[in-house]
Design a protein around this ligand. Structure first.
Ligand code: GLN
Length: 272
């Protein structure tokens, strides 16, 4: 069986781009390399490895977990089942944070609930003068995020903390978060990649707002005067999050739309 034969048959069961990504991963080449190797007769072990990946993908496992990688904001990140797979939607949060801190000399930034480290690393990569901290309560997540930081040679201060509980003696110019915000029992949890992602990174209680409430309640006390809080949230949660932020004493509260035109990030400024 040649590589092209395998790709042709895989395409009948899974998305053809997914088949290419899995083949490139299993064969240790890039997607361009697949074209060059199309007529190569595959060794038996290669076919077995490719078929195993095909079966797992066909049963729904996310491509990012199968290859252990996902690109986010131009960075190649390691991901594994203990962390949420970074989404393109979340790039909006990074862009907004970068716009807020760009002109500061050494902005102090905190990514609350960092998971793979995606947001913290994207900010540090694009604003090297920032002092970026990242917290997570999950040891598995912190390990994955630490490894990503090391591999990308980006300096991040990691904190093991359930939201801001263990963050003492620090003030930040910008706190960013993509917290769990899906409602418990939401039908999307039984679909696609979400079925395989950690529920603790996805579900924010019965109305999806539990963690956003905690963040809006506890973050303002850790924000330096004139600093901001920016949070990602669900497609219909912007009014509720604006209300939470105003209640918490933040001003200039507004929401921003993602590429699909959905209000996806809400933020406000703290003056004390
Ligand atoms: N944006 C993700 C989704 O709806 C959820 C991520 C999250 O809960 N923070 O698929």
């Amino acid at each position: 069986m040649t590589l092209d034969d395998w790709l042709r048959s895989a395409r009948t069961r899974i998305d053809s781009r997914d088949a290419q990504v899995l083949a490139a991963h299993a064969l240790g080449c890039d997607r361009a390399g697949l074209i060059a190797r199309g007529r190569e007769v595959l060794a038996e072990e290669s076919v077995a490895a490719l078929d195993a990946l095909l079966e797992r993908r066909a049963s729904g496992e996310p491509v990012a977990y199968l290859v252990g990688r996902r690109e986010f904001f131009g960075l190649e990140l390691a991901v594994a089942p203990g962390v949420l797979i970074p989404r393109p939607d979340t790039e909006l949060l990074v862009e907004l944070a970068l716009a807020r801190i760009r002109d500061l000399e050494a902005p102090r930034v905190l990514d609350a609930g960092t998971g793979s480290g995606a947001i913290a690393l994207a900010i540090k990569a694009n604003c090297p003068q920032a002092q970026v901290s990242a917290l997570d309560r999950s040891d598995v997540a912190l390990q994955i995020a630490r490894n990503n930081a090391q591999r990308l040679s980006l300096e991040i201060g990691f904190i093991a903390s359930n939201w801001l509980e263990s963050v003492t003696g620090h003030e930040f110019d910008c706190i960013v978060s993509n917290p769990p915000y899906i409602r418990a029992g939401d039908e999307h949890l039984a679909q696609g990649d979400l079925r395989f992602e950690p529920e603790t990174a996805l579900v924010g209680g019965t109305d999806g707002l539990d963690d956003l409430r905690r963040l809006c309640g506890s973050a303002p006390a850790r924000i330096a005067p004139g600093g901001c809080l920016l949070c990602e949230h669900g497609h219909d949660q912007a009014p509720a999050v604006r209300a939470l932020m105003r209640c918490a004493g933040l001003t200039d509260v507004s929401s921003w739309r993602d590429l699909a035109g959905i209000e996806r990030v809400t933020g406000g400024v703290m003056w004390r």
